[in-house]
Each structure stands twice: as structure tokens, then as C-alpha cells.
Design a binder for this molecule. Structure first.
Ligand code: PMP
Length: 445
């Protein structure tokens, strides 16, 4: 009987080869869809600060209304009614939907100027500049700040927009372990000892930029800002802080992690954020010193070649800023910030009692629940959807392979009854899927 070198019949070998190939393709397909919310689902967002807060969810032909625990509407400002929506409608009557020109040409209207003044005032910086897209704010402005010969020391969990911007800048990149200040210091020491030897200044690099986020959207961790500021001062580096998930959502006045820790905003050289989360709108900003902002205003592709932020969007954000700063004459902003903080503490405490494993800081409204196995991510998301609770599933490569999770984003718009319903459902589903553990693993915070 004909055999191959290993002694197996050829047919068996062929079978093993084809089956491995088939498995590889299946796994590869999964990798292409790391963020697995429900495939084929059509989401129609309908956000209100009321019992109505939820998605109309079309899944396998049926429409079901679900409790929305999946979108980043932290302060509940993504409303279809109320002062923010009214301001947007009014501005359409005055300006239309687009200025049809870039900021450097004819795209700047008085709303943009007012918005930038308010952004700087809110954050406590000298100046600010706004853009039509949050992702592009990082991707297109980091190359304006950095060039080849600069060194970036970047947190390993940084967002794709930061990574793209850093790559496009041509700077050298070193990555440090997530939120690990000792490893960051090691990287800073290496940069000085092992850098290019020609330069006579304190460091061989043109400049060193530390890039971190305020709240990490997949981990729920809060950056260790005070320690990082100390390191940046010690090693004469610059600091870039992306507050996409923390501005509005963290701190007593909603001014992000800078406010949460009581740091001086001037200690952060480049403060970036987006209006797509707590502001319930669109676009992004960079805030900092007058000279930094005027440099970006002159040289950024996003202000030279991209159409300015849509006027109704700017009008919506201005209204939110006024509410948050109490300039509307009410304490609605303060109430929403407090409600989000209360919801976050309550939800995280109850999850711990249920016995599921969560990551992140107790004050972080981003709550990842660990399901570990890749296969359990979509089981959990689908079962929760059947019980009318919409969450987002996240797996490799957005997370390590065996640390699949579902992610919940809390909102000031959630009522206690809604959170209780979600918690009961999670309790049931976690039992069904065997997700309760008696021993907690190490928290990355
Ligand atoms: N930075 C971070 C940290 C983000 O999580 C995101 C998107 N969620 C962005 C930037 C991009 O923002 P946008 O969605 O507003 O384009």
C-alpha cells in the first residue's frame, strides 16, 4: 500500500491539509470582523432622555426595540428633541447644512469662531481649533506636529486614528504596556541612552511625544495622568492626550480626565477630543497654546483641504457647551454629569455582585464584561439582543485573542429601572453561558 514519508495514506494527508486550510480561512474571516455587533442588523438610532431611550433594532427580518447599552451617548445629548436639536434646526435656516469650503478659504462662519472660543474656555486652554471629523483630527494633525527624527512613545491600546497619524508622520515609534508608567519610564530612559548620538541637546530626538488616551474604549481604563505628567516633565517630553471618551464623561465639571485628577490643563501640550460621544454630535478639536493652534491652523490638511464642520453640528455643540458651563441659566449640565457618575458607580457595583468580570476604573462609564472565548462573544451579544438589551461585542485583534468581551457604555439618559432590567438580563445570560467566576483576574488599571 502506497504511503507517504510519515507513514500516513495520501488521502488522509490531503484531508488534513484541506481541513486545516478551511479552518484557517474561517478563523481569518473572523479576524476581519473583530468588532462583532450583530451581523446584518440595521440600527436606527432614536435617543431621548426618557424611557424611549433605545434602538429600533432590525434583526433577521423583525424589528425589536432594545435598551441601548452600546452607543457613546454618555450625557444623553444625542437627542432628537430639546434645545440642542432646536439650535441645529435654527442654524440650518440661517446657514444651510454646509459651508461648501475649507476653513482657510470661505468655510469659516461665526459659529466656528464661537465654538472654538467656547472649547478653549471650557478646557482652560489658550486656544482651540475644531474639525469636521474626530478620526481625522488625530490622523491629519499628528503629522503636523511630528516629523521624521521625532520619537513617539505610544500606549499599546491607543486608538486606530492615533496609530494612523503617528505612522503618517514618519516619526520613530516605541510602544509601552497599557497604562504602565514604569514601562513608559523605561522607554523614556532608552530613548535618551540609545537614540541617535549626534545631537547635543538633552535628547538625541528632535522631540519626544507621549501619546495616551483619557479613557480607553476597549478596556474602560482611566489613564494615570498625574504620573505621566511627572514623567513628561522629568524627561522633557511632550504629552498628547486624546479625551474622546473622557471629555464630558469624567470630572466634576465634565472637563475630562484633567478635571477628574485636578491637573493643570497647561501641563498637557496637546489636548485632543471628539464631539461624537458626550456631545452627541460630530467632529473633533485640538486645544492647547496659542502658538500650537496657530501652527495647526496654518499647516493642517484638515483645515486647508477639508470642508469645515457643518454649521448645524457646530450649533448643536455650542448649545451643549453652554449647558455644561451653566450659561443657559440652568443646572441641567451639572445634573447630567452627576447622573452619569451615579449610573456608572451603581452599574459597576451591581455587576461585581453578580460575579462577572469587568475591567476598568470604577468611575469609567465604559464597562467591558469579559467572556474570554471568541465564540462566546456573539453568543452573549445575540442572547442579550433576544432579551432586548443591545451591547457591542469586541474580539481579536481589538483585544488579545483570549480576552473577548462585550462592551457597555453607560449614559446619563439611562434610568435606574433600565439599568436594573439590563443587570437582571446580564445575570441570567451570564449564568446560561457560564460566565461567572469566583476568582477575579488582575485588573489592568
Ligand atoms: N479617538 C478615540 C480614542 C476614539 O475612540 C475614536 C472613535 N471612537 C476617535 C478618536 C475617532 O472619533 P470619531 O468617531 O469622532 O471620528
Amino acid at each position: 500500500k502506497e504511503t507517504n514519508r510519515e507513514g500516513y495514506p495520501p488521502l488522509y494527508n490531503k484531508f488534513v491539509t484541506f481541513y486545516s486550510l478551511y479552518l484557517y480561512r474561517r478563523i481569518k474571516d473572523c479576524w476581519n470582523y473583530p468588532i462583532c455587533s450583530v451581523p446584518g442588523a440595521e440600527l436606527v438610532l432614536k435617543n431621548r432622555v426618557s424611557e424611549d431611550y433605545g434602538w429600533t433594532f432590525k434583526f433577521t427580518g423583525e424589528k425589536t426595540k432594545c435598551l441601548n447599552l452600546g452607543s457613546y451617548n454618555y450625557l444623553g445629548f444625542a437627542e432628537s428633541e430639546g434645545p440642542c436639536a432646536d439650535a441645529a434646526v435654527e442654524s440650518i435656516e440661517k446657514y444651510g447644512v454646509s459651508t461648501c469650503s475649507s476653513r482657510q478659504k470661505y468655510g469659516t462662519c461665526d459659529l466656528h469662531v464661537e465654538l472654538e472660543q467656547l472649547t478653549a474656555e471650557f478646557l482652560g486652554t489658550e486656544d482651540a481649533i475644531t474639525f469636521g471629523m474626530g478620526f481625522a483630527t488625530n490622523a491629519l494633525n499628528i503629522p503636523v506636529i511630528l516629523s521624521p527624527g521625532c520619537l513617539v512613545i505610544s500606549d499599546e491600546k491607543n486608538h486606530a486614528s492615533l496609530i494612523l497619524g503617528i505612522r503618517m508622520s514618519g516619526a520613530t515609534v516605541k510602544v509601552f504596556h497599557h497604562n504602565d508608567v514604569d514601562h513608559l519610564e523605561k522607554r523614556l530612559q532608552e530613548a535618551i541612552v540609545y537614540g541617535q548620538p549626534k545631537c547635543k541637546t538633552h535628547t538625541p530626538w528632535k522631540k519626544i511625544l507621549i501619546v495616551v488616551e483619557g479613557v480607553y474604549s476597549m478596556e474602560g481604563t482611566v489613564v494615570r495622568l498625574p504620573e505621566i505628567i511627572e514623567l513628561k516633565k522629568k524627561y522633557k517630553a511632550y504629552l498628547y492626550l486624546d479625551e474622546a471618551h473622557s471629555v464630558g464623561a469624567m470630572g466634576k465639571c465634565g472637563r475630562g480626565v484633567v478635571d477628574y485628577y485636578g491637573c493643570n490643563p497647561k501641563d498637557i501640550d496637546i489636548l485632543m477630543g471628539t464631539f461624537t460621544k458626550s456631545f452627541g454630535s460630530a467632529g473633533g478639536y485640538i486645544a492647547g497654546s496659542r502658538s500650537l493652534i496657530s501652527h495647526i491652523r496654518k499647516h493642517s490638511c484638515a483645515s486647508k483641504y477639508a470642508t469645515a464642520m457643518s454649521p448645524p453640528v457646530a450649533a448643536q455643540i455650542i448649545t451643549v457647551f453652554k449647558i455644561l458651563m451653566g450659561k443657559d441659566g440652568t443646572d441641567e449640565g451639572k445634573k447630567r454629569i452627576e447622573r452619569l457618575a451615579r449610573n456608572t458607580k451603581y452599574f459597576r457595583r451591581r455587576l461585581a455582585q453578580i460575579g462577572v468580570i469587568t475591567y476598568g476604573n470604577e468611575d469609567s462609564p465604559v464597562v467591558p464584561i469579559l467572556v474570554y472565548l471568541f465564540s462566546k462573544i456573539s453568543s452573549m451579544v445575540r442572547t442579550l439582543i433576544k432579551h432586548k438589551v443591545a451591547t457591542v461585542g469586541v474580539g481579536y485583534p481589538a483585544t488579545p485573542l483570549m480576552q473577548g468581551r462585550i462592551r457597555i457604555c453607560l449614559s446619563a439618559a439611562h434610568t435606574k429601572e433600565q439599568l436594573d432590567y439590563a443587570l437582571e438580563t446580564i445575570d441570567k445570560v451570564a449564568d446560561e453561558l457560564g460566565l461567572k467566576y469566583s476568582r477575579k483576574p488582575r485588573d489592568p488599571n
